[in-house]
Ligand binder design. Structure first.
Ligand code: TTP
Ligand code: MG
Length: 372
């Protein structure tokens, strides 16, 4: 018990010692915003960027007008058109989204070099040592959003807080085209009232478990000791103990190490036999290998996996560590996965998880031998 108390005190101390200024930037309906910008006729209509309903595509994102109908990311396009018949579907232009993302990073670099990209439209910035605007993170965020809007003609929202956890939640608060500041002395009260599903890492299963226990907010979580949380939620317990108190000491990491890479394809018609699924493996594997080779400094592969999504939209992954990424191994995983479920297949994915080990020349060199 004394030991646990000491850990708690240590984290509390390091939290107060580190008064950082973190900005989380997230563009508003990113792909859709770029499409509306480049085709103003779309601006006052409900639009979505995504795949064709006929080829069973899905929605990547949609504008806020479409969201009012209930359309959202990852929804099958056919379903989106059912709930919003006037929805205009625009095919994605990934190269343009990447260009805009690069330009946005050039704007970030005017303020800090400590930038952690999370996706094309999202990043953490550590502006603790930034001198512009007398170091006011609120004004820096405003400036960045203004520059994005003026030079790129899209809008972004921002969260400003003493750590990444709170900054990310705050950027969603006044979306679209808004920002929210949580100062260090507001952090405790702000976190206390947060519903548990705002905590990164609390997925549907954990949320259900917590709600059954009567835990609905971060404040409810605070009544459990580190020992209890460890017992109830395993290795996530320690992190929960900190996050529910608004403590997050993770630094803004300038170069993110990729954890996994996968290639997925949804087929126009369900694949109804193992043989039909196997036919698609070479193409998926070739694309996956190409993408691994294009990574700047890939880490060694820790495991390989095959994802299947069935015609009832359920999804399963079969994963094995220590295997090479070969056609044979992937076919074996596919077979295990398929035989376990025996349902018509809508989507196949092939991928790898990288080990966390720091990459160096030697590991990159070893990586080559993993390719078939
Ligand atoms: P998000 O930032 O999650 O969404 P968004 O920018 O479209 O909308 P919001 O205003 O809520 O931030 O994702 C950024 C882009 O990533 C999004 O425009 C499209 C793409 N994307 C997908 O392709 N598939 C997905 O499932 C999601 C969530 C996003
Ligand atoms: Mg976004």
């Amino acid at each position: 018990m004394v030991f646990i108390k000491r850990i708690y005190q240590m984290t509390e101390n390091s939290h107060t010692a580190a008064s950082r200024k973190i900005i989380h930037i997230d563009c508003d309906c990113f792909f859709a915003a770029i499409e509306m910008r480049d085709n103003p006729e779309l601006a006052d209509k409900a639009i979505a960027v995504g795949g064709n309903a006929k080829t069973r595509g899905v929605i990547a994102t949609c504008n806020y007008a479409a969201r009012e109908f209930g359309v959202h990311s990852a929804m099958p396009t056919a379903q989106a058109l059912k709930i919003c018949p006037e929805l205009i579907i625009v095919p994605p232009r990934f190269q343009e989204y990447k260009n805009v993302s690069k330009q946005m990073h050039n704007i970030f670099k005017l303020y800090t070099s400590i930038i952690e990209p999370l996706s094309l439209d999202e990043a953490f910035l550590d502006v603790s040592d930034c001198t512009q605007h007398q170091g006011s993170a609120t004004l820096i965020a405003k400036d960045i959003r203004k520059l994005i809007s003026q030079s790129l003609n899209i809008t972004a929202s921002a969260g400003i807080a003493p750590n990444k956890f709170i900054a990310k939640i705050a950027s969603d608060w006044n979306k679209p085209n808004g920002q929210k500041v949580i100062t260090p002395d507001q952090t405790d009260a702000f976190t206390k009232a947060l519903p548990i599903n705002k905590i990164f890492g609390v997925g549907k299963v954990t949320e259900k478990k917590m709600r059954k226990l009567g835990i609905h907010t971060c404040n409810d979580l605070r009544s459990y000791s580190l020992f209890d949380l460890d017992r109830m939620f395993g290795s996530f317990g320690g992190r929960l103990h900190q996050l529910c108190r608004g403590i997050d000491n993770r630094p803004v990491k300038t170069s993110r190490q990729r954890k996994s890479l996968s290639v997925e394809k949804t087929y126009a018609q369900d694949l109804t036999s193992l043989e039909q699924c196997i036919e698609h493996i070479p193409a998926l594997l070739t694309e996956c290998l190409d993408r691994i080779k294009k990574l700047n400094m890939p880490s060694p592969i820790k495991s390989i996996f095959v994802v299947l999504r069935f015609n009832d939209f359920s999804r399963t992954t079969t994963e094995r560590s220590g295997l090479l990424l070969t056609t044979r191994n992937i076919k074996n995983l596919l077979e295990i996965n398929y035989r376990n479920h025996q349902k018509p297949v809508r989507l196949i994915g092939v991928g790898v998880r990288f080990s966390n080990q720091e990459h160096n020349q030697e590991s990159v060199h070893n990586q080559q031998s993993l390719f078939p």
